[in-house]
Design a binder for this molecule. Structure first.
Ligand code: ZN
Length: 263
């Protein structure tokens, strides 16, 4: 009987043991579950933190120093991100303080240091860059534009067609980056035609690889004309500040895309 009783009681012991093990297991699983939730929470925080950091970075990009060689710690990166194109016209009261870079050419005085450094380093590398266009007044832009339109009119285009064609090469007054003092047309002394052949010159090859280090971007890249509204111009470089220039160079976007203003 004892033996039987013993054998009768053992299932109860086993059951109790199982129940207690289940309770322990449940407690452990609950604890793990809580930890997991906590971890997820941390991940969410981390993501949020990263986003916040990204936002902070984006904001700081607009408000911190640009690292230009102007020596002015108050210069803000965002100040060089002015968008000027056929949809984004310069305000009528736009004004700029200019600095002379020689041979009758002028740029926004805030980019003088970087412009000079870039041209100096190119010459030191044995190249012969020639600045063929820089700051332009509204009047000068008007004359260039009218001359371009006139060329198409002479070919039999209607006024509207001529203006549309001309705008691909010479921006209408108020829509040219050259009026900002932030743009330069640079060609190679050995080849000064403003055509696609320019891209193969030593000067353009150097610029396409190095201009961003000085805060300049190739403003009208090949394949982006639909977005920029301007035909491919391997010679037209635009100052945007070193940080933005590096990001644009790395990502291969045009300024309209970079600013989220592509039409
Ligand atoms: Zn230009």
């Amino acid at each position: 009987m004892k033996k039987r009783n013993g054998s009768e009681s053992s299932p109860w012991v086993l059951l109790l043991f199982c129940l207690s093990m289940c309770a322990v297991l449940a407690a452990v699983m609950l604890a793990v579950g809580k930890m997991k939730t906590a971890n997820n929470g941390n991940e969410a925080d981390a993501d949020g933190g990263t986003e916040t950091e990204t936002e902070a970075e984006t904001v700081s990009k607009d408000v911190t120093g640009s690292g230009t060689q102007t020596g002015d710690p108050c210069v803000r990166e965002g100040e060089f991100l002015l968008l000027v194109n056929r949809y984004s016209i310069l305000p009528e009261d736009f004004s700029v303080s200019l600095a002379d870079i020689g041979r009758g050419h002028k740029v926004d005085e805030r980019i003088y240091g970087d412009t000079e450094a870039m041209l100096r380093d190119m010459r030191a590398a044995g190249l012969s860059p020639v600045v063929c266009s820089s700051y332009r007044t509204e009047e000068k832009q008007q004359k260039l534009y009218e001359a371009e339109v006139g060329g198409y009119l002479a070919k039999g285009y209607s006024r509207a067609e001529a203006e549309a064609e001309a705008a691909g090469w010479v921006a209408a007054p108020g829509t040219s980056e050259h009026q900002t003092g932030l743009a330069l047309d640079i060609v190679d002394e050995s080849y000064q035609l403003l055509d696609r052949g320019q891209e193969a010159t030593p000067v353009q090859r150097w610029l396409s690889e190095n201009a961003y280090k000085y805060g300049f971007i190739l403003r009208y890249p090949n394949g982006k004309s639909e977005l920029t509204g301007v035909n491919y111009e391997p010679w037209h470089y635009r100052y945007v500040g070193k940080e933005a220039a590096r990001e644009i160079y790395d990502s291969g976007v045009c300024l309209e895309e970079y600013l989220g203003r592509a039409k």
